[in-house]
Design a binder for this molecule. Structure first.
Ligand code: ADP
Length: 284
């Protein structure tokens, strides 16, 4: 049963919420810091994602889709949805991930990062969370550095399930990419061209995400348009090796960007690769 309101546990009464300051703005929602009062009267800090255009049916629908995906997920590398508050306005109550996205963190603390340590840990955690998502048959479809949040310097969490979909009995998902704004530069060629999404297209996006990280927040393909980036990939070209990226990790990125999706590594392999890397053990 994936009807949110039918699961009473997921519903949070408005009087249990205390709103704090604004911490982020998304496409459909504003995110506030706040507190959730638990049954013993104790307060837990939370993030309250509040729908902005309550009147718009399409916004409500998108917001609910996102909540439906998230309510089923429970993993330390994925932002946890604690429940929803019907409002109005409709609100998602999430665990608070206070340090912002890895992009913001890299931008603010570039000198406090050792690529062979922090990046390695974040990459392992993203792959681990994505492997969990794969086991639960969800495709993320918007994996990008901007959607990886940090709860501490050593705990990255995947967020933003606005484009995520559960795979049906088939192992893939098709979407019409007409209209809307799609993160084409993060998308695998098969997603850009025929709207085909599966775990292997998420692996392509994982490659772009870690490229952003090792490039210290550069934008993939600079100011090229999505279509131009696709043409470049068609010619066999790929994003170049970031200066801070060791050879063996760049090799892994290139494998994520194999045209034949069946030749890309799995998230399980990627999680093991980033965890078992000898350099990771050395710096520890
Ligand atoms: P959208 O899905 O519309 O892009 P996001 O979910 O990405 O919106 O939220 C916008 C911003 O709010 C994020 O970039 C992040 O800075 C902040 N944010 C989102 N969720 C949380 C959270 N659980 N804890 C802390 N900050 C968050």
């Amino acid at each position: 049963d994936n009807n949110l309101e039918s699961k009473e546990d997921n519903l949070i009464e408005p009087d249990r919420l205390k709103m704090g300051t604004l911490i982020g703005e998304g496409e459909f929602a504003s995110v506030f810091e706040g507190a959730l009062v638990d049954r013993n009267g104790e307060e837990v800090k939370v993030a309250i994602k509040t729908l902005r255009n309550e009147q718009l049916e399409s916004s409500r629908e998108n917001f609910r889709k996102e909540a439906k995906v998230m309510i089923n997920l429970n993993h330390h590398c994925i932002v946890k949805l604690l429940g929803i508050c019907i409002g109005p306005p409709l609100q998602m109550i999430q665990e608070l991930v206070p340090l912002g996205s890895i992009l913001q963190y890299i931008d603010m603390h570039p000198n406090e990062i050792n690529p062979n340590f922090e990046f390695q840990i974040w990459a392992a955690q993203i792959a681990c969370g994505m492997h969990y998502l794969e086991e639960n048959r969800f495709v993320h479809r918007d994996l990008a550095a901007r959607n990886i949040l940090l709860s501490t310097k050593y705990q990255a969490k995947i967020s933003d399930f606005g484009l995520s979909r559960a795979l049906s009995t088939d192992k893939e998902y098709y979407s019409s990419l007409r209209g809307g704004r799609w993160p084409l530069k993060w998308y695998a060629p098969e997603s850009c061209k025929v709207g085909h999404f599966d775990h292997k297209s998420d692996v392509w996006s994982f490659g772009i995400t870690i490229w952003e990280m090792y490039s210290f927040g550069a934008s993939p393909y600079g100011d090229m348009k999505g279509g131009e980036a696709i043409a470049l990939i068609d010619k066999g070209e790929r994003l170049s090796q970031p200066e801070a990226c060791p050879d063996h990790i760049y090799k892994k990125m290139l494998q994520c960007w194999t045209l034949d999706s069946s030749e890309r590594p799995t998230f399980k392999e990627l999680a093991e690769f980033f965890k078992s890397d000898p350099e990771y053990i050395n710096v520890k």
